[in-house]
Design a protein around this ligand. Structure first.
Ligand SMILES: [Zn+2]
Length: 288
């Protein structure tokens, strides 16, 4: 019985891990999905521009599927940022002629950590425009926000924007925000709203959305930040802030009940790590 049970678990796990999907976003831009992860790709008359491989199995499946459905070579592969749960397996998605693109800080991190993926051939500091006939992809760095060298990618003329992790639509930001910079999330999201309008935003997780969805997300991270900062400035402990900062106007967001307290703990940790709130002489409890 035990043996049958474990066989069942193994079978269901392997079924789950092999569940891949491609769905149209707009015009010649598509979204690739496995589990909770998404990446995007664009198909032109003669080539494909792909983004995060996610993992080796997913990358192998996507590579074969692009060849089968569209019969074009993968000319470019661009990483959204350094984090390995999005960038692993680049060698299975890139062909020998593919040019791999990363922001210089993402590239540096992947090299220094000997990450199991294809290293970049092309790096950039601020902006990079890749032309493919009448199509193009515009990559922009917005400063620190999540991980290292995280960029936005705009696929033209479809005007689809791809952003991973520092904007999440239709769901709470992940747990206690490991790897995030809350100031940077707010600043970068404001920058995206100040750029030329996009038609659709595709994230690395959760939903696709519009500018209004991005504005709603920004209002959540600002309320979260303001609430934690004000609580800390008035000398409250993280537990007290978790009790008092209900953020109830956002309670319809999926995972709100599960992750509200963890989101608060994450911002509290960042204000200690990055803004040194434990050294603030103006906070009453710090003088005790
Ligand atoms: Zn992610």
């Amino acid at each position: 019985m035990k043996w049958i049970m474990s066989l069942f678990v193994v079978l269901s796990l392997s079924c789950f891990s092999n569940e891949y999907k491609i769905e149209p976003v707009k015009d010649n831009v598509y979204r690739f999905n496995t589990g909770h992860y998404y990446s995007v790709f664009m198909i032109t008359e003669s080539a494909a521009f792909v983004t995060d491989p996610i993992n080796s199995d997913a990358a192998q499946w996507l590579n074969a599927e692009i060849k089968r459905r569209f019969n074009v070579p993968i000319k470019y592969l661009a990483y959204s940022h350094n984090h390995i749960d999005h960038t692993q397996g680049g060698g299975f998605l890139a062909d020998s002629t593919t040019q791999v693109i990363a922001h210089r800080y993402a590239d540096e991190d992947l090299r220094w950590t000997d990450a199991p993926t294809r290293m970049a051939d092309i790096t950039f500091a601020q902006e990079l425009k890749v032309n493919m006939g009448s199509n193009s992809v515009e990559l922009v760095y917005h400063g620190p926000n999540n991980g290292r060298g995280s960029v936005s990618m705009r696929f033209m003329p479809a005007n689809v924007l791809y952003i991973v992790d520092w904007i999440v639509l239709g769901r709470m930001p992940y747990q206690d925000l490991q790897g995030y910079d809350i100031h940077g999330m707010i600043r970068s999201t404001e920058e995206v709203l100040a750029m030329a309008p996009f038609d659709v935003l595709v994230g690395g997780h959760a939903n696709m959305g519009t500018r209004d969805d991005v504005k709603y997300y920004l209002s959540y991270i600002k309320a979260l930040y303001d609430g934690v900062r004000d609580g800390m400035l008035s000398g409250l402990s993280v537990e007290e802030i978790q009790q008092q900062l209900t953020l109830s106007e956002f309670k319809s967001l999926p995972m709100f009940a599960q992750w509200r307290e963890a989101n608060i703990a994450g911002v509290h940790r960042m204000l200690m790590d990055q803004s040194y709130f434990n050294f603030r002489p103006d906070i009453k409890n710090n003088k005790d």
